[in-house]
Design a protein around this ligand. Sequence first.
Ligand code: B12
Ligand code: SF4
Length: 462
Amino acid sequence: MKILYIIPNFDSYVLAPPLGVLYLSSYAKKYAGAQVVIVEALRDNLSDEQIINIILKENPDLIGIHCLTAFYKQAVELSRKIKSLEKNFIVHFGGVHPTFMPYTTLKDSNADFVVCGEGEIPIVKLLKNNLNPKGIQGVYTIKDLTDDDTLVDGSPVLKAETVMDLDTIPFPDWELLPPASYPHSPHAVIARGNPIGIIMTSRGCPSRCTFCSSNNFYKGIRQRSIENVIEEVKYQIKHLGIRELQFTDDNLTLKKDYIIKLCNSLMENNIKIAWSTPNGVRADKVDKEVIDLMKKSGCYLIDFGIESANNQILKNIRKGETIEQIDYAINLAHEAGMVTQGNFIFGLPGETKETIKQTIDYAVNSKLDRAGFFALRLLPGSDLSKKLKEKFSLNLDNSFISKPDWLPENLTEEYILRTIQKVYWKFYFRPKRLWNLLNDIPVSQTKYILRCMINYHLFKLW
Ligand code: B12
Ligand code: SF4
């Protein structure tokens, strides 16, 4: 059977290989003998009409649309167009957004069914079941659901069964979307080497940060064996020519013995490649031994999800860390000679003008080399979006430059957005920081960096 996966196009300058779909492809090929085509409409800037022409040419048995909240509108519109074609293609949705909002996704898209949770096991079952979703855990048609996103019998939606041993999933199907075909630095960070290899060693996160949906998406924590990870790193270097490696785990340093073994194995295998953790690690999950070993084995950039410099706010969002712990970890990484990067959110519960000022003062005076400042988005699946359910409506026109979905008392949207614009200038216009940053920007990336700056409205200040 032939599956055609689609990565919808939308206005985004962050661009990376869609690891989830690449995993589905290799899994479906290995365990169900599927034939797979991926239409990467974001990377290739394809219009819906161009996508439809590819569909008509490929004539797949099943179409799968990858969907995050950021491009939900584009994804459902495309699906409706496909469903209105003369040939009745079977269309299904998967990814983080439909997992938490399956009913509305099906209603808005006219798709046939949705997969909630990880897609590997359901896709194989679907293919073996002649594409009949009935009885497959985590796969639902609109008739199975109520507009409250529960099952018709009132029970909660069950996510799909998950692969417990991640080593049994073949490497992502890199041949379909090689890293070299991605022009930009994926995480909007300045990378050292191109092409960039993306790798994940685990799925899941045990923390309960209320603004994040990852902790409700995955079941439990599963880690690949170090041997399996090293084998993929070698594969990516040898066959895909990667020159930098980015670990995009939710928490690469979650278990100390694991990260120590990983760093040692990189060195024992003589793997000399610059690597980074642009997706962030928890500050309470690193110490001097870990940081020094990460640096020694090639890690040049470490990112921390900081969110706020106010301890009461960190408590409100169940971050489970204090700003003192975070600052300690940043200093360790700085002393070890790594580039340090931190991400902050403005407008979290309990935020006031004073706490925003406290966060800005902290960020500006810290040892961070780079920082990202964002307004609070209430992502479907996050505990915070459940808690504030009655107090906001999700703005689906708000893809990348996030306007706040909800505001704490006494703060306005205008204030938060203007503060974000200003804070970038304040943060980067420090001679040492600016000098380091400019030294790190390769000429080939200048155009891309300029686009980032325009996207962040840094040129529209006054
Ligand atoms: C790496 C990463 C990125 C990378 C790459 C994204 C990509 N192309 O996949 C970059 C930096 C580009 C990125 C950008 C953004 N990201 Co991001 N990202 C991640 C991260 C850390 C890992 C993604 C990943 O590879 N997961 C591993 C794979 C195995 O899981 P998966 O992709 O979900 O796929 C599985 C299932 O979802 C399902 N599935 C997926 N697609 C499909 C399709 C079908 C048909 C089926 C059946 C199943 C299916 O099966 C897959 C295999 O099990 C996740 C957090 C996380 N742990 O997942 C956040 C996450 C996906 N990102 C998030 C966000 C908000 C963003 C941005 C909007 C941020 C921003 N303000 O710009 C942008 C979106 C722009 C874009 N171009 O996509 C949110 C999404 C929340 C939501 N409700 O949509 C997440 C969940 C983090 C969070 N805060 O909770 N991101
Ligand atoms: S923000 Fe990071 S640490 Fe917190 S729950 Fe999400 S993935 Fe885990």
